[in-house]
Design a protein around this ligand. Structure first.
Ligand code: LMR
Length: 397
């Protein structure tokens, strides 16, 4: 039956975790996957999550959720993206369903795009999270690129980005990272977002926001929604993928949300119904446990405040590690500039290291990271930062 099946290539991100786990070295360091670790390098379950689980325990039945998932979870999740007092929410203009975290939300949207705008393409930033390419490829939506990152300045290539937005055919679909761009850690400023939004208006483009790291850019989820709010102020009908993997540490629970802003309630009902139709033959309905954790936390003011504090603590620990890594490299006398380590934001540092340098880090120092030079700062700790800095210095000098 399956003679024609070739082994699949390793995933560029999750494959790194597999290689890390297989390495017996006691010195090994995993700065590959974007998953938060505490200062001892251990996975973290937030206290708000522990408390929500205590409250849920015993009250839980294992019934199916509706095809669109938990209504309460979705309601709370929309407030995070669109604002507590959003008129769009009040007017029931947003079609929204629970999704299998950010990946599932993106995929559901890509399938929706293919079904209802079958000749459209998606403009994807260069670079982007590797899985974005797989998602729209498997949904059979052709991909175009727009420039985003400027390697020489290790910052945003705003001029090229705006040119690509202007040169795309009117009414194109664009994938934007709402905050804490993955893999570069480089976001447009507020002013630049306003210009982008304005240009989208001029061109009649559709903005689809992937918001996987809300809270990790500034430490405050509300501030991190600014890009989206700017687009909403300008009257755009956007789409948005939200995930609780990172900001609630619910990675394996696969809990997130896909929303599409519509012209009115009637359209929103239709769009939601079609999203559910897409979900039904794929996974029928989404899992219940993570959704209940989220709705328990966000539905209780005390737990929500605890969550906000814990998000900020995670973001602050990462910022501390950025400073430590840069200082260590400078102390070692590295002649290169490492300013970008502290300038970039969110979970990642786009180091500028070449794939060959990364290969040396892995072979000689048992340091695991993606070959595009991305360092997950969430895996850096007080205990390994010196070792990491020395290894980086050795392979880049
Ligand atoms: C990452 O970029 O490391 C994360 O989003 C994890 C993943 O699924 O790739």
């Amino acid at each position: 039956w399956w003679h024609q099946v070739e082994p699949a290539p390793k995933d560029p991100i999750l494959g790194v975790t597999e290689a890390f786990l297989a390495d017996p070295s006691p010195n090994k360091v995993n700065v590959g996957v974007g998953a938060y670790r505490d200062d001892n390098g251990k996975p973290v379950v937030l206290e708000c999550v522990r408390e929500a689980e205590r409250r849920i325990a015993g009250n839980l039945n294992m019934e199916y959720l509706p095809m669109g998932g938990s209504v309460k979870m979705v309601e709370e999740t929309l407030k995070l993206a669109y604002g507590e007092n959003s008129d769009l929410i009040k007017n029931k203009q947003i079609a929204a369903v629970q999704a299998l975290s950010g990946t599932g939300a993106c995929r559901l949207f890509a399938d929706f795009q293919k079904r209802f705008s079958p000749d459209s393409q998606i403009y994807i930033p260069v670079p982007t999270w590797a899985n974005h390419h797989n998602i729209w490829r498997d949904a059979h939506v052709p991909q175009e690129k727009f420039l985003y990152y400027h390697p020489a300045s290790r910052g945003l290539d705003f001029v090229s980005m705006m040119d690509d937005i202007k040169n795309a055919p009117n009414g194109s679909f664009f994938l934007l990272h709402a905050c804490a761009h993955n893999p570069t850690g480089v976001d447009p400023s507020e002013e630049q977002w306003r210009e982008i939004s304005h240009q989208f208006k001029v061109k009649g483009h559709f903005a689809f926001f992937d918001m996987a790291y809300q809270g990790f850019a500034s430490g405050d989820p509300e501030r991190d929604a600014k890009s989206i709010r700017i687009f909403l102020e300008d009257g755009h009908l956007i789409g948005c993928a939200q995930s609780y993997a990172k900001n609630m540490g619910l990675y394996g629970q696969r809990v997130g949300c896909l929303s599409v802003v519509c012209e009115d309630e009637k359209q929103a009902v239709a769009v939601k119904g079609q999203l559910q139709q897409l979900a039904r033959p794929m996974y029928s309905n989404p899992p219940v446990h993570g959704a209940l954790i989220v709705s328990t936390i966000l539905g209780d003011p005390d737990l929500k405040n605890l969550w906000l504090k814990e998000v900020k603590d995670m973001a602050d620990r990462i910022i501390g590690m950025r400073t430590a890594l840069r200082e260590n490299l400078e102390k070692l006398g590295s002649p290169l500039s490492w300013e970008h380590i502290t300038k970039q934001i969110g979970m990642f540092c786009y180091s500028g290291m070449t794939p060959e340098q990364v290969d040396r880090l892995t072979k000689e120092y048992h340091i695991y990271m993606t070959r595009n030079g991305r360092i997950s700062m969430a895996g850096v700790t007080t205990g390994n930062v010196g070792y990491l800095a020395n290894a980086i210095h050795q392979v880049t000098k």
